[in-house]
Every structure is written in C-alpha cells, then in structure tokens.
Design a protein around this ligand. Sequence first.
Ligand SMILES: [Mn+2]
Length: 308
Amino acid sequence: MAQDDEMLNNWWDEAYSGPISFMRFPMSKDLQKADIAILGVPYDMGTTNRPGARFGPRAMREQSTLTGEYEYGLWPWDYHIAEHHTVIDYGDICNFAGYPERMVTELESAADTILENDTACFAMGGDHFVSLPLLRSHVKKHGSLALIHFDAHTDTWIDENYTHGTMFYHAVKEGLIDIEHSIQIGIRTPNPNTHDIEIIYATELDEMKAHEVSERIVKRVGNKKAYLTFDIDFLDPAYAPGTGTPVSGGPSVMTGRKILKGVAGLSIVGGDLVEIAPAYDPIGGITAVAGATLGGDILYLISEALRK
Ligand SMILES: [Mn+2]
C-alpha cells in the first residue's frame, strides 16, 4: 500500500498524457501568487489571408508538454523558471465569437487585470492583431514601450482598419511605442510606411551572426522598458509552414532562439507569440513545436527581466 501511495505521489503525466497547460505550469486564475501569467487569445478575424490562428494557443500548449517536460528547465537555459517565479497558465479569453470588436475590450480588460496584480503577461495568439490591445494594457501599466518585433512583415500599413497588418501603425498613432528605441527583425516584404522604426531586413540578417543581431537590438532598446512580439512567420516556412501569411527566405528556429537568448537582460516587461495556424502544418505539429520552444524562450526573457 505504501508503495502505491508513493507511486501516486510521484505520479506525473508523460508528454503525451493528461490535461494540458503551457509547459505544464498550473492552470489557475490566482493572480495573487503569480509572477507571470500565460494568456491564450484564440482570435483570427484580423487575418488577411489564411485563417486558423484561433487554434494557436491550444497547439502551443499541446506541443509544450514536451518542451516543458524537464525539471531542469528549457535547454539551453540552465535553470527552471519555477526556481525563481510562480508561473500560471491563465487559460484563454474567447467570449467574442460573432462579435470581433468584443475581443479588443475583453483582451484589454483581461490583460489589465493581470498587470494590475503586478503579474507579468505572456500571451499566445491568435493573429497578430491581438498585440494592439495587449500593448495598450502594457502601456497603461508601464508608459510608452520599446517594441522588439520579430516578423516577415512590418504590420505598419497606414489604414484605419484593424487587421493583423495595421496594428503597429495604430500603436504608433496612439503613442504606445517609443519609436527611437523600437526595432523590427526579419522583415522581407515591402512596406514604405516604416514610421522611422529601425529595421533589420531578412537579407541583412542572413549575413549577420545571431549575436550581432542581438547586439543591434540591445543597442536600440537600451534601458527602455520593452514589449517583445514574435510572429512565427519570422521563421522560414520550412520551419513554420503552419501560419497565415508565410514568406520564404526566413531564418531557422535556432537562429531565432540564439537571437532571443542574446537579448536576455533587457527590461522586457511582457510579450506574445502569434500566428500559429496548425491546420497548415503538413504533419507532426511542426510550427507549434517551434512556437512552444520560442514561447518558452520569451517566458525566460520576461523572468530574467523580473529578476533584475
Ligand atoms: Mn507576419
């Protein structure tokens, strides 16, 4: 019997079993004890091409049961975030089917609630438009922020519409972003409306070492508080085919991970990873595997900033 008890106490789910949460952090709405909350935003009505990013949060959670399996943490980070911070999976906000405008209010209010409790937020999209309500909440809490933006697209089209291609124009217009300290990385689509945000185009990035890219980001952001947003289409479609607007000629997952690790120490107060549309994956959840891994890296960056 004692042996059975011991077995029960030591029971844990294998990567392929049990209820899922992001990286196996506990599902909870208890913000009092939480240092970082993970929030899913299954919204894809801002998409201009292939829809399906509403399934992104679930796909990331599913694949993260493998990346989050290790008590030692996410390699090559040499510790587990739980050694320093209480992290919860706050679940999804999704009460907006048929009322897209409701997403903006619901998301902003959920993010406000999290941030007002002095809990940092990492969000999983959803299409990239979800970054706008998230940015608004973060700016309410922290003041204007440097934007660190990984993407194949600048998403700064001058258009009063609210899509996943215009939200950073709105962010500039609303004064959310400190342009002098903002940077976009991996861009490989035309858009003359840069709004003076610094850009590392994909061709330039391809000639650089990952640490040189990190150094450019660190130099640009400096001591400013920053919001990090990662569109999975930053990656080449070979690594991330499951996304709404893929663009060939992008970096590998490893390059993305090395660049992220290289900016550890910046004051990254929050972030998101968006645009995973798992239905376009040929097999095996390839894009969500990448997203779960890179999302883990972003969690570490937020945790590193909290420890400063
Ligand atoms: Mn994009």
